[in-house]
Design a protein around this ligand. Structure first.
Ligand SMILES: Cc1cc2nc3c(=O)[nH]c(=O)nc-3n(C[C@H](O)[C@H](O)[C@H](O)COP(=O)(O)OP(=O)(O)OC[C@H]3O[C@@H](n4cnc5c(N)ncnc54)[C@H](O)[C@@H]3O)c2cc1C
Length: 440
C-alpha cells in the first residue's frame, strides 16, 4: 500500500509507525520543518539546549505513548523522569504526595495527609472520588466541572487549591466551562488504575527527541510541504495531484474542514463538516527562563499560586535544568494554561510579572530556598490554539470518513480524552487500523 500521512504531529506520526509496520510505504507531508506538531523542539540562540514550543507533562496512564516510544526504539525509562504523584506549591503552603501504596489507597492517603487543606476539605475531596466511582466515572455529558464540584459540595478553598489547577492542567479549560465527563476520564486514569498510572512523567529531553525524530527517520518525510488539495475516492486519494492508495489526515480540525469542505459537501456528509468547524480553541503560554547561576527547586515540577490581577499568570513551574541534568545554570519553564489574558498584555510586562511571581513565591517557602539568581534570558511562547476547548457536549468525529481510503486523526477525534498527547497517539493508531485492519 502506498500511504500518505498529512501532519507530523504525535497523531500523524503514530499512524505512520503503525502503517509502516503493517507493510505500507509511507510518505508524511508536514507544513513545518520539525516532527512533533504542537509538541516539538524549538531552537533558541539564548539557550544552550533546544526548548519546546510548550512545556509538556505525561502520565503513567499514557500507555500507548510509552509503548509507541519502545516500538521506534526509544526508552521511556531513560527519557522521562518518573515521579509518584506530587503536587507541591513553590510557596510551601500546599503539598499533596502519593505514598508508595497500592491504588487507590495511595490516593486516599495522599488526600488525608495533604498539607494546606482543612480536614473538612480532605474529606470532601475523598467524597468526590467516591461519588465519581459510584457514577462509574461518567458524570452527565452536559455537566461542567464546576457543576460536578458543587454537586459534591467542594468548598471554594478546595476548588481554588486543587481542582482548578488540575482541571486547567488536564483540560486547558477553566472549571466553569470544562466538561465534567472529560475531567472524570482523566481522574479515572490517574486514580482508578494501578498506582503507576498516577505517576508524573517529565521529559528529560526535547519533545521531538522523545520519539517523533525516530518515527520520522523510518518513513519518507516531506517537510515544508503543505497539503492544499485533497480528493478522496473509493479506490484512492489524490494529494496535491499525487496519487496514493490511502491517507490519514492528521491536522487540526479547522484545517481538515478547509481541505475537505468540497468533498464532504459532495458526499452529503455535512454533519462531519459542521463537527470539524465547531471546535473552539484555548491558548497556553510557556515562559522559558535561563538563570545566570544554578538554582535547584525542591521538586522538578511545582505549583504556582495564580493572581491574574498582578499578571502572576503561571500555574506550574518546571525545573528544566534538573530534568536535563544540567548543573551549569538554572533553567525554568513557567506554564500558564487557558492563557487568554497574556497575548493582550505587553509581552515584556507579562514576562516580568511571571518572573516576579516565581521569585516572590520561592522567597516565601518555609525552608528558605536560595534567592532566585539573575535572569540571563527569557522567551515567552504563546500557542494560541494549544488545545480545543474541552467543553460539555462536544461532538467529536470518529476516525472513519465517507471514503474507505481516508481516515482522520488528531487529539480532537473521539478519543475519550481531552486534547492531550495520549489521545493524539491513540487516534493515530486507530486511524491506521481504519485503513488497514492489520495495523496496530
Ligand atoms: C503549549 C502546549 C502545552 C501542552 N501541554 C500538554 C501536556 O502537558 N500534556 C499533554 O498530554 N498534552 C499537552 N498539550 C497537547 C498536545 O500537545 C496535543 O494534544 C498534541 O500535540 C496534538 O497532536 P496532533 O498530532 O493531534 O496535532 P498537531 O500536533 O497539531 O499536528 C498537526 C500537524 O499537522 C501539520 N499541518 C497542518 N496543516 C497541514 C497541511 N495542510 N499540510 C501539511 N501539514 C499540515 C501541522 O504543522 C502539525 O505538525 C499541549 C499543547 C500545547 C500547544
Amino acid at each position: 500500500m502506498k500511504a500518505a500521512v498529512i501532519g507530523a504531529g504525535w497523531a500523524g506520526l503514530a499512524a505512520s509507525v503503525a502503517l509502516r509496520e503493517a507493510g505500507a510505504k509511507v510518505t508524511v507531508f508536514e507544513a513545518g520543518h520539525t516532527p512533533g506538531g504542537r509538541a516539538r523542539r524549538v531552537y533558541h540562540g539564548d539557550f544552550d539546549a533546544p526548548l519546546d514550543n510548550g512545556q509538556h507533562l505525561l502520565s503513567g496512564a499514557y500507555k500507548q505513548t510509552l509503548a509507541l516510544m519502545r516500538r521506534v526504539g526509544r526508552n521511556p525509562d531513560a527519557l522521562l523522569m518518573r515521579r509518584p504523584l506530587k503536587l507541591a506549591s513553590l510557596d510551601g503552603r500546599f503539598n499533596l504526595s502519593a505514598p508508595r501504596l497500592p491504588a487507590p489507597l495511595h490516593m486516599a492517603v495522599a488526600i488525608l495527609r495533604a498539607r494546606g487543606l482543612s480536614w473538612a476539605d480532605r474529606l470532601a475531596a475523598l467524597r468526590l472520588m467516591r461519588g465519581l466511582k459510584a457514577m462509574s466515572w461518567t458524570p452527565p455529558r452536559d455537566w461542567t466541572v464546576l457543576h460536578l464540584l458543587h454537586y459534591h459540595a467542594q468548598s471554594d478553598a478546595l476548588i481554588r487549591q486543587v481542582w482548578d489547577p488540575l482541571c486547567l492542567a488536564a483540560l486547558n479549560t477553566p472549571i466553569a466551562t470544562a466538561s465534567a465527563a472529560l475531567f472524570a476520564r482523566v481522574l479515572r486514569d490517574a486514580l482508578a488504575g494501578s498506582r503507576e498510572d498516577s505517576d508524573l512523567l517529565l521529559p528529560c529531553t526535547d519533545l521531538s527527541a522523545l520519539w517523533p525524530d525516530a518515527a520520522a527517520r523510518q518513513v519518507t518525510m516531506r517537510y515544508g510541504s503543505t497539503v492544499r488539495q485533497l480528493h478522496p475516492s473509493d479506490d484512492g486519494i489524490d494529494i496535491n495531484q499525487e496519487r496514493f492508495d490511502a491517507a490519514v489526515l492528521a491536522v487540526p480540525p479547522t484545517f481538515a474542514a478547509r481541505l475537505l469542505e468540497a468533498p464532504l459537501r459532495e458526499a452529503g456528509a455535512t454533519g462531519l463538516l459542521d463537527a470539524l468547524k465547531a471546535f473552539d480553541y484555548l491558548p497556553i503560554a510557556t515562559l522559558n527562563v535561563r538563570l545566570a547561576e544554578p538554582w535547584r527547586l525542591p521538586e522538578p515540577m511545582m505549583m504556582l499560586r495564580e493572581d491574574a490581577a498582578r499578571g502572576h499568570a503561571g500555574q506550574w513551574l518546571f525545573d528544566r535544568a534538573q530534568l536535563a541534568g544540567d548543573t551549569k545554570a538554572g533553567e525554568l519553564a513557567v506554564v500558564a494554561s487557558a492563557a487568554n489574558g497574556i497575548g493582550e498584555r505587553n509581552r515584556r510586562q507579562a514576562i516580568e510579572a511571571m518572573i516576579d511571581q516565581v521569585a516572590e513565591q520561592a522567597a516565601s517557602h518555609p525552608q528558605r530556598l536560595p534567592p532566585m539568581p539573575e535572569v540571563s534570558a527569557a522567551e515567552l511562547f504563546i500557542e494560541k490554539r494549544a488545545t480545543f476547548a474541552a467543553v460539555p457536549g462536544l461532538h467529536r468525529p470518529l476516525n472513519s470518513t465517507p471514503w474507505p481510503t481516508l481516515a482522520l486523526a488528531g487529539d480532537w477525534t473521539d478519543t475519550g480524552y481531552p486534547g492531550v498527547l495520549e489521545g493524539a497517539v491513540r487516534s493515530g493508531l486507530q486511524a491506521a487500523r481504519v485503513l488497514n485492519p492489520r495495523a496496530n
